[in-house]
Design a protein. Structure first.
Ligand SMILES: Nc1nc2c(c(=O)[nH]1)N[C@H]1C(S)=C(S)[C@@H](COP(=O)(O)O)O[C@H]1N2
Ligand SMILES: [Mo]
Length: 524
């Protein structure tokens, strides 16, 4: 015997394969948790097997194991995966690269299984692709180290050295990588799987939830609110294209039956309300445009939806804020906080809602399920707390919100702004009649006038669509007889208070961008 005992080498190669498989599954689960919890290759392949297995096998399994059939499937899959992994490890050690190719093929099967699921998107492929790539990397590293160790053993036996053997260092480096990867991938994978299972479970509850109809319905969207121009942003934003901004790495999974909101702090009477109780209250609908303070001039961190919820002012009234309080610190289950002026939330003329519905659906998980705040006229970071669980009545002098501690203003009223949607910035259009159109907003004040300037011309009044309300953005359009050449188009809005947007560009930090959205177009 001149090298490592063959039995031991095979065993360690097999172990390398198993650890590569654990790394594959662990990283795939981690990616799935972010991309789409249901895209886990483990679930996808399992579901594919259930679909493919002939009926008599299913019947037999159910006859033998009853309601444990899924568990049996998972155990069988687990054993198969382990056997495959051992095989791939041994293959890679005997015929370098061949094992990696086999692992890549398994990845392809997982990708196909994932993207052919009923509600899958193409992004469901990500988790399997990343998983296979990580697995191959781990496999190659492990087998290379195993060979180095083996070669050193050969050298030791051929020409022994005094003291520590040459094989000691490679041996250690192989074992550390093997153990470290196994432990790391298990921790990450199991954590991600648990989180994904939570998201899938909460999504199921959400889908089954039926919201009550509003006691106070929103007036219908006026017919003239939607100009219906190609490329112009729709006046009501669909839930799945609504902008999303938050600090949540993992979207909180809240089972509504466990949700409650507490009103605490400077109040005569602490109040706590559960989800069922909230739904039993007379709910109100309101169409409100949310905007992010980080929206640059011309940006799209803004969206308009029909919200269903209970007026926050009513809940506050039942808690009876004490004199001296001037701020409500709303807290998300994940620790995020926003500081909203108490008087804004108490304002009789403002539909500040504890919202449960968005465009006729329960809030999507990403948009705060089961309950969030929506306040007309204030940027999201000071008002729109998602996954909200506490309203602490306090004072600006005593409490600070999440973003106030990070360089943003304590208060965040939305600034009047306007944006050109068509023609596209940098686009080309044919000479002749061209619609210049976009949106403008001055939430809770209202937009009075939108003007466009072409090149160095005069400011031209545009036609405003019918506004849904002062709490929403409004579309506008100007028909332009476009002459050939390169042109610059700028827009500015004037709000109902008579204030016209300032020309001077101002950065988003600390309290929102300012300036005129300006685009270039080529006319042929
Ligand atoms: N829990 C929580 N709520 C939050 C945030 C957050 O980071 N965490 N971000 C706020 C910000 S900055 C904005 S602009 C709005 C965005 O809401 P949306 O993602 O539903 O569009 O949510 C607000 N609510
Ligand atoms: Mo924001």
């Amino acid at each position: 015997m001149t090298d490592m005992e063959p039995r031991r080498r095979t065993l360690l190669a097999g172990a390398s394969g198993v650890v590569a498989a654990v790394a594959t599954l662990g990283s795939a689960e981690a990616v799935a948790a972010f991309v789409a919890p249901a895209s886990s290759p483990l679930l996808a392949v399992g579901s594919l097997v259930i679909d493919l297995v002939p009926g008599w096998v299913k019947d037999l399994v159910i006859a033998l194991f009853g309601t444990n059939d899924k568990l049996v499937l998972l155990i069988v899959l687990g054993v198969l995966v382990a056997a495959l992994a051992v095989g791939i490890g041994i293959l890679e050690e005997r015929r370098p690269v061949v094992g990696s190719i086999a692992l890549a093929l398994v990845g392809v099967v997982a990708v196909v299984a994932a993207i052919t699921r009923a509600d899958a998107g193409l992004d469901w492929a990500f988790s399997s692709i990343v998983g296979a790539a990580v697995g191959i990397l781990v496999l190659r590293l492990l087998v290379t180290r195993l060979r180095t160790w083996d070669d050193a053993t050969v050298a030791d036996e051929a020409r022994p050295v005094v003291g520590a053997s040459r094989a000691e260092l490679p041996r250690r480096s192989f074992l550390v990588l093997l153990g470290g990867t196994a432990v790391g991938a298990l921790v990450v994978g199991v954590g991600a799987r648990v989180a994904s299972a939570g998201a899938v479970a909460v999504e199921t509850i959400r889908k089954a939830l039926k919201l009550p109809t509003a006691a106070v319905a929103a007036p219908p969207v006026p017919a003239g609110a939607e100009l219906g121009i190609d490329g112009l942003t729709p006046v009501v934003s669909a839930n799945d294209s609504f902008y999303r901004i938050d600090t949540a790495l993992q979207v909180p999974n809240i089972d509504p039956s466990t949700w409650s909101l507490k009103i605490t702090g400077m109040v005569e009477q602490e109040v706590e309300i559960g989800f069922e109780e909230l739904l039993a209250l007379p709910l109100q609908e309101s169409i409100i445009t949310l905007t992010c303070v980080s929206n640059p001039v011309g940006g799209d961190l803004i969206g308009n939806a029909l919200w269903l919820g209970y007026p926050i002012r009513e809940l506050l009234a039942s808690a009876k804020p004490k004199a001296g309080a001037d701020m409500v610190l709303s807290r998300s289950i994940d620790g995020f906080t926003a500081g909203t002026p108490l008087e804004v939330l108490q304002d009789e003329d403002r539909d500040s809602l504890l919202a449960v519905g968005m465009n006729g659906q329960p809030l999507p998980l990403q948009h705060g399920f089961p309950v969030r705040m929506v306040v007309p006229g204030l940027y999201g970071y000071v008002s729109a707390t998602k996954w909200v669980v506490e309203l602490e009545v306090t004072r600006y002098a005593d409490a600070r919100a999440y973003w106030t501690d990070r360089g943003w203003s304590e208060r965040g009223p939305i600034k009047t702004e306007s944006r050109i949607d068509v023609p596209r910035n940098g686009g080309r259009v044919a000479a002749g009649n061209v619609a210049i159109a976009g949106v403008a907003w001055a939430q809770h004040t209202g937009v009075n006038r939108v003007q466009v300037r072409i090149d160095d011309g005069d400011w031209l009044d545009t036609t405003l669509a019918t506004a849904i309300s002062d709490d929403t953005w409004v579309q506008w359009v100007l028909q332009w007889d476009a002459p050939a050449g390169d042109h610059t188009i700028a827009v500015r809005a004037t709000d109902a208070a008579g204030k016209t947007q300032s020309e001077t560009p101002v950065d988003v930090v600390p309290d929102g961008a300012e300036g005129w959205h300006t685009i270039s177009v080529g006319v042929d």
